[in-house]
Design a protein around this ligand. Structure first.
Ligand SMILES: Nc1ncnc2c1ncn2[C@@H]1O[C@H](COP(=O)(O)OP(=O)(O)OP(=O)(O)O)[C@@H](O)[C@H]1O
Ligand SMILES: [Mg+2]
Length: 379
């Protein structure tokens, strides 16, 4: 099959056409099964593994797309229940606004707290949603009304809340208990939560003392299978009259430990560097990486400029060391001429809070592989 849907089939943006979406068949089937059976799901995986892409992929499956209303919100940048109510209200409205029938009328009938923002455009006669965050006075009431609306919809609903761990940062008190209260009685609405802060998410859903305890089935997302991704890449090149040697894909896969985002960025660059009828070989990888790092250099410099000198030093050390088990050990401190265990500790805390570094049972590492490579190259 020759499916030339885009100029470059290694898509790095949000919406990935099915032809350019690699695998995830088992995960998609498992997700369909859970939501069809009314089970809430919590999808956890390290950053950049493909959580958001998978949720959108799920929503595109005919079994879901034809039978459900699906809504997606990302709460990464939000700080309050009020903002979340606003974003959810808006998402529900946006999804339904083209259906001029009864459903939109129902929307404002049930969601009374947003009715003031409902207007009919004088020129076009189209409905408009002009609610601002400031006009949400009682976020909980608005949220309850939105859910009540979904509960009476003529089809079952799926609400995906991406970056769910962010609720731990909301200013509101007892936000977990409040949200749990709102969603636990739903029978027409299923939730897909997803997040990358594994600790926070696990604590929320797996500690007995927490409101969300056992309220959703956990699902983790592993890296794409190496062989599957290699075949996928070879196929994409072939469809465009190009060829990539399997060892190129394998080397890229190993360098970035199979993390989807990095694989896609690299293969995207390698694809664009390979002319029609040409072969992509391993000696092109270095240039591809340089091109990518060059493009991001401005961001890296500005990130560095926001760090204290100690944080910079520790970050540089980590970029050389790779995954580091003990950052306060005498040998690590000596090797990189760091000041003291306590100063390393406080630098680590700052870097962790900004998500510049990631801690896991294996150790601490720079979160962004490209930042790590750039630091190594430049310092
Ligand atoms: N199965 C897939 N096939 C091809 N590309 C994919 C696939 N899954 C994700 N991608 C691509 O990989 C990149 C990262 O995916 P995505 O944004 O879904 O990850 P994420 O886990 O949500 O990341 P973050 O933690 O940053 O939110 C995106 O650019 C997306 O286009
Ligand atoms: Mg995401």
């Amino acid at each position: 099959m020759n499916t030339k849907v885009l100029n470059n089939p290694f898509v790095v943006s949000k919406s990935i056409p099915d032809e350019c979406f690699c695998d995830r068949e088992k995960e998609t089937d498992a997700l369909i099964k859970m939501v069809v059976n009314g089970k809430n799901v919590v999808l956890v995986a390290p950053r950049r593994m493909g959580k958001t892409g998978l949720i959108h992929h799920l929503f595109r499956q005919s079994e879901i797309a034809n039978n459900y209303y699906t809504f997606f919100i990302d709460i990464y940048a939000l700080n309050s229940l009020r903002e979340m109510s606003y974003v959810l209200g808006r998402a529900v409205y946006e999804r339904l606004k083209d259906r001029k029938e009864k459903i939109l009328e129902q929307f404002f009938k049930i969601i009374k707290s947003l009715r003031a923002g409902f207007r009919i455009d004088n020129l076009t006669g189209d409905p408009k949603f002009e609610v601002s965050i400031g006009s949400i006075y009682e976020p909980l009431i608005t949220l309850e009304e939105i859910i009540a609306f979904l509960e009476q919809a003529d089809k079952p609903c799926i609400v995906a809340i991406d970056e769910f761990q962010q609720i731990a940062e909301f200013q509101d008190k007892n936000v977990e208990a409040i949200l749990r209260g709102v969603i636990q009685n739903c029978s027409n609405t299923t939730f897909v939560f997803s997040g990358s802060r594994q600790h926070t998410i696990s604590r929320m859903f797996q500690s007995k003392s927490k409101p969300f305890y056992q309220s959703a089935q956990m699902m983790s997302l592993d890296p794409l299978d190496k062989e599957v991704y290699t075949e996928f890449s070879e196929r994409q090149f072939r469809n465009y009259g190009k060829k990539v040697l399997p060892e190129v894909v394998e080397r890229v896969y190993d360098t970035y430990e199979g993390t989807t985002f990095y694989l896609q960025i690299l293969m995207n660059e390698l694809f664009s560097m390979t002319g029609e009828g040409e072969v992509c070989t391993t000696n092109m990888i270095g240039t591809a990486v340089d091109n990518i790092l060059d493009l991001q250099e401005g961001i890296f410099i500005s990130q560095l400029s926001m760090m204290s000198p100690k944080q910079k030093q520790v970050l540089q050390a980590l970029s050389y060391e790779g995954v580091t088990k003990s950052v306060t050990s005498a040998s690590f401190i000596k090797k990189y001429s760091l000041e003291s265990a306590s100063s390393v500790q406080s630098a680590i805390k700052g870097l962790n809070d900004k998500e510049i570094i990631t801690s896991s049972p294996e150790g601490i590492k720079v979160s962004d592989y490209f930042f790590e490579q750039w630091l190594k190259k430049n310092y």
